[in-house]
Design a protein around this ligand. Structure first.
Ligand code: ATP
Length: 791
């Protein structure tokens, strides 16, 4: 056996320094281009356009290059045929004539053996190397020998092949999710690189990497289908603002900034959903029956006179509109099949026509039964007068009002019809409150957003005025562009003029671009990314949609998402055992059948990378109580630290939590971040005793101690978790809360814990202390050992 390890670290250091120099050069180039662009006085349309495009594109490049700096190169694969590639966050080429590849993008097909090769299936590899860096310094190498006949050794061998993975999993959390690009596991890689078309469902228990995989899949899809997806944008839907903050850095660290991360509550432009619903309200609002309820509420707004409507026409006295005439007009408008606001002119036309006939009859009617005395011009004039009469317009508005989605849904919630009494009571709410002469609208909730979207579909947007304005603007741009072209023609060079135009090979700008095209190009100079434009457009069709915690979405939410995904290119990740929302939609079959029937793929992730086995054994007792066959995903780690539980008397609860936080933050306990997960009703009292804590709707997760309610904890993770009053949590909330810790878990409770959980904590058969005692004293120190059971 020989060793080629001498100088291996030095060799890799040389390479890493080289690619960082190259990164610097690329960044400097982009920064200079931005500076030069900003300094350039661009007067013409074309020049302005070019300048703006350069500044925004190069600006984005600078941001992207900055973000991939850390851990730029993390791997190397050596093939048995002597070829070798370094793998990194982005692809880079040398600045030579051949543009020699330096660093291979982790998403490139050639990088795949880095993630998939095994001793059994080496995929042509002799060796896989993990390169660990701090800043620009190489600090460690871990080599796996995949060609068993290979006797060369480097001195950096990692026989188990999981040292880098375990180091990543054991490292202290930062409050921001990190990418897993260095250690993607084979089952995850297959999901990440699955075909872009169609619906892919990825199911897996807590900590199996569903979120990580979803994010890396977005980056992969953008790499593999850049042309298409950069234009149509990728949307990732996550459960809440705290979660989006938590995952916000992953995609930039992979060099991707063009993905829109949003909660359901953000998917209706112009509406910020800051309100919350009771579980009963969200269940009613999410049910599929709401489609019918909204449609019927809208139909109610298309009213009929009862029995007649008297219209006081300014010039011609009272006109009467009877129920039958209005009904015929309504039927005609409905028969157009157009949305409400677009069908309104059809209704109005029929009403105006009927009223004009009435007036024509009154003014020109022959009492002896002869033909009407008015000629067609008089009738047309009368029609005009009727149509422009404010009283007539008002009558039409009262029967077929122009509606906004906000108006329709607010009215529905204020006075819910077509629901059972119980459902109506659950959702009923005032549109707002008056105070000191000012009206404050009731905030929208996330469950309102799909209702607004549904209403918007039924209402349609009367965009006649907007389209006319857009056409006016376009004409102005064309005229301006024509002016620019005329000037360009007038100022063409003498040489050019000396030549016969037809034969000339020198093309002027007017030869290659006409005014229409130039105006279009100006319009294209909307420098927002596709993701930014998509965020502002309710009708945007996304190139791909990824839904995290997909099990939470209601039937109404799925309707909204499917509208945004006409091609049905979607990745849905979730875990039915963690379903918390009462409106959560049940099985994947139920969710997907209306949209794709059974044409969807299903895959499972089976390894838990987050929660050590000691914690998972306890957490699994919760779903197992309802389903004895329940099997959690197998944990990849064990810490030797058992979760603890401590009963406390109610009046001491906040003090006991503060004490536990202190003890769990002391040297010797886990480093990193600690979360207290407690019912919202306790937050005020806990905040009072935890001065350093970050709490609220979107707490700062990078703070050492964070206070969350169980719903906010969804998708997050911390080194240490303290669950307070677990016995009050719904099962799924409890399961989620218990599976958030990477190192240590403690429970504080003022009443007995659910039996199955207590037994798991205390060891089978041992009854927990049901009566609360003063836990602070009884705890006898929070050393990670259960003070109650004494285990
Ligand atoms: N291949 C991997 N390499 C390193 N870390 C990983 C890997 N896969 C997952 N992890 C880590 O495991 C933890 C759990 O991952 P993630 O949050 O994606 O799981 P999840 O399935 O979405 O969990 P939950 O459903 O409980 O929210 C994260 O810290 C993630 O970085």
């Amino acid at each position: 056996m020989s060793t080629e390890g001498k100088g291996e670290l030095g060799g890799e250091q040389q390479f890493v320094s080289l690619i960082h120099d190259r990164l610097d050069a690329l960044r400097t180039g982009a920064e200079r281009a931005v500076q030069a662009g900003l300094a350039r006085a661009a007067t013409g349309l074309q020049a302005r356009l070019e300048r703006d495009v350069t500044v925004s594109e190069q600006g984005r490049t600078v941001t992207e290059l900055d973000a991939v700096e850390s851990g730029l190169c993390f791997g190397r694969i050596d093939f048995t045929d002597g070829a070798a590639h370094h793998i990194g966050r982005i692809g880079m080429r040398a600045d030579d004539a051949e543009r020699t590849p330096l660093l291979i993008d982790w998403r490139a097909p050639v990088a795949r053996p880095f993630y998939l090769a095994t001793g059994y299936e080496p995929m042509g590899l002799r060796r896989r190397r993990h390169i660990t860096t701090r800043g620009r310094t190489v600090t460690a190498l871990h080599d796996e020998i995949l060609d068993l006949a290979d006797t060369l050794r480097t001195g950096h061998e990692d026989p188990s092949g999981d040292a880098v993975l375990l180091a990543a999993l054991n490292s202290a959390r930062t409050g921001r999710m990190a990418d897993i690009v260095r250690t993607i596991q084979a089952e995850q890689d297959r999901v990440i690189r699955a075909p872009h078309r169609g619906v892919l469902v990825v199911e897996g228990g807590p900590g199996t990497g569903k979120t990580a995989v979803a994010l890396h899949r977005a980056a992969y899809l953008l790499y593999a289908h850049r042309e298409q997806l950069a234009r149509r944008a990728v949307l990732i839907v996550g459960p809440g603002p705290a979660f989006l903050n938590y995952i916000g850095e992953v995609l930039p660290s992979l060099g991707e900034t063009g993905v829109w991360l949003a909660t359901l509550g953000e998917l209706f432009p112009g509406v910020t959903a800051t309100g919350t619903d009771t579980p009963a309200a969200s269940a009613v609002k999410g049910a599929p029956g709401m489609v019918d309820v909204i449609a019927r509420t809208l139909a109610d707004r298309q009213r009929l006179p009862d029995p007649v409507l008297e219209i006081d026409h300014e010039d011609h006295g009272t006109l009467t509109l009877d129920r039958e005439t209005a009904r015929a007009a309504r039927a005609g408008a409905r028969d157009t099949g157009l949305p409400h606001n677009l069908a309104r002119p059809h209704f109005a036309f029929r009403i105006i026509d009927a009223l004009t006939r009435q007036l024509t009859e009154r003014i020109g009617g022959d009492p002896y039964g002869g033909p009407n005395l008015l000629d067609p011009t008089d009738v047309a004039q009368l029609g005009k007068e009727v149509a422009t009469s404010p009283a007539v317009q008002q009558a039409i508005e009262s029967l077929w009002p122009t509606l906004t989605p906000e108006r329709l849904v607010a009215d529905l919630l204020a006075d819910p019809a077509h629901l059972t009494d119980e459902e109506a009571d659950a959702v009923r709410r005032a549109p707002g409150t008056w105070s000191g002469g000012a009206f404050t609208p009731t905030p929208w909730t996330p469950a309102d957003v799909p209702l607004l979207d549904e209403a918007a579909e039924l209402l349609g947007e009367d965009d006649t005025a907007a389209r006319a304005a857009a056409e006016r603007e376009r004409r102005e741009r064309v005229d301006y562009a024509q002016g620019v072209l005329d000037m360009a023609y007038a100022s063409r060079t003498h040489e050019f003029e000396d030549k016969d135009d037809d034969e000339s090979e020198i093309l002027g700008v007017q030869d290659i671009v006409d005014a229409e095209r130039m105006a279009e190009r100006h319009e294209e100079s909307d420098h927002r990314t596709a993701a930014e434009r998509a965020a502002a457009d309710r009708t945007w069709a996304f190139g791909h949609i990824i839904v995290d915690e997909a099990q939470e979405l209601s039937a109404m939410a799925w309707r909204l998402l499917m509208r945004r995904s006409p091609t049905r290119a979607m990745t849905l990740v979730g875990d039915p055992a963690q379903t918390a929302d009462a409106a959560g939609c049940g099985s994947w079959e139920t969710i997907l059948a209306p949209y794709v029937e059974d044409r969807w793929e299903y895959t499972r992730l089976g390894v838990n990378y987050r929660t050590p086995v000691e914690i998972m054994d306890v957490a699994a007792a919760v779903p197992r109580a309802a389903d004895p066959a329940f099997e959690p995903p197998g944990s990849v780690r064990s810490t030797g630290v058992r979760p603890w539980a401590r009963p406390v008397v109610a009046q001491n609860l906040a003090a006991a939590v503060a004490e536990a936080v202190k003890a769990e933050s002391a040297p010797g306990a886990a480093e990193g971040r600690l979360a207290v997960i407690a019912p919202r009703a306790l937050h005020a009292s806990l905040v009072a005793l935890l001065p350093e804590v970050s709490a609220g709707r979107s707490p700062d997760l990078t703070s050492p101690v964070v206070l969350l309610d169980p719903r906010q904890a969804k998708g997050l993770e911390f080194d240490t978790v303290l669950v307070v009053e677990a016995q009050t949590f719904a099962d799924s909330d409890l399961y989620v809360s218990l599976t958030r810790a990477t190192q240590r878990l403690g429970l504080l409770h003022t009443a007995p814990l659910p039996g199955a959980l207590a037994r798991a904590l205390h060891g089978e058969g041992e009854a927990p202390g049901a009566d609360a005692t003063d836990g602070v004293d009884a705890a006898g120190g929070v050393d990670g050992v259960d003070a109650v059971s004494g285990s």
